[in-house]
Design a protein around this ligand. Sequence first.
Ligand code: CMC
Length: 422
Amino acid sequence: MSESISITDNRTGKTFEVPIKDGGISSEQWQKYLPGIWFYDPGLTTTAMTESAITYLDGDAGVLRYRGYPIEQLAESSTYLEVAYLLIKGELPNKDQYSAWVDDITHHTFIHENVRKRFIEGFHYDAHPMGMLVSAVAALSTFYSDAKDIFDPASREKQIVRLIAKMPTLAAAAHRFSMGMPFVYPDNELTFPANFLSMMWKVAEPHYKANPALVRAVDVLFILHADHEQNCSTTAMRTVGSALADPYSSAAAACAALYGPRHGGANEAVVRMLTDIGSIDNVQGFITSVKEGKTRLQGFGHRVYKNYDPRAKIIKAAADDVFAVTGRNPLLDIALKLEEVALNDEYFVSRRLYPNVDFYSGLIYQAMGFPVDMFPVLFAIPRISGWLAHWLELLNHEGKIVRPRQLYVGPEERKYLSMDQR
Ligand code: CMC
């Protein structure tokens, strides 16, 4: 069987053959035979914008792998910083590489005093923490002028370490400011997730010690959110990066994409939905209103997964460990009932709608004390490693600026009329 497709141009009667490579056909080949005929593909639902060796996703089978490693194994045995190394460098680190990497990240967690004092503290008191994060990440580019040297491997590495290390510090600073709480400096004695929890929750104790079960849960959530191939924010990172912008500016664009409720905000919508449902007794009625098209079951369905999102399975299991410490989130019973009813209902079964990553993550975050405004920020902290892995891949392998075509449907040429003639 030939790995190609034949296309006949009915305007000319000419037939040509386009080879299929890695499951795709190259636009260069297409353009050779059909110049000026563009794919109309809103949302890029059938366009592969790049080749990538980072994350493999099979939505029908519910499979997710980073650099070939199944997400289940990474969530079970790895740490977020090890996963970040894997995503960025392509291989798991050996012992020496890992300790050097952790040391490097740990020693870059501080932010310049002006970022906090003049920048973050310059926001209005009720600014959204994600808005603060988007702006603070962009502002970092002005603090590190060497970030522009994007073709210098040493400079790239430095910015990557800085960004991964400073995201939790910026996130916690934004939260503390919005609460009117004093800023907490990073504690180099702590692991990456434990340090984040310390910067979030420390009050007057000399050393904040988070519960180990909660530290592990945060680490697992960070692993699960570290990358998800060509999603909206990663595409933003690649698009801005393709113009050769510095990594802070590109990452700020990615953060901005994640700020959108369709992308980073669905777990917040789940918590609000469960709160509105209010009781298990109202679940059946809610499902009926979903089926009537009056509302959506938040945290269900996915553009790519047509099976149980493997991340949702892991989060559901991790929830028990968290609730053992924090006490059970009362919304959990409603969520479990919703899942049970939906998975046995023809409407959801026939459309292959399953719980996605956001169905249970919000419940864990809420039980741990994070306000809903912080949910997208919690997503952005680990996703920076995925964005940066894609940014590096882009710079190393391609080089074309992203510049799509359009199908123009506006007016034909017309003559400008002065205002008194209109
Ligand atoms: N509740 C009820 N019906 C749904 C839902 C839902 N959550 N999701 C899809 N459907 C129905 C939809 O009405 C349509 O039915 P019909 O064929 O009768 O018109 C069918 O299923 C296909 O839906 P679609 O909107 O064409 O699917 P999509 O691939 O464009 O949308 C989605 C994917 C995630 C936007 C959508 O499933 C949704 O809105 N889910 C709720 C929001 C949510 O949980 N988002 C988080 C996504 S995971 C985060 C991440 O990975 O970044």
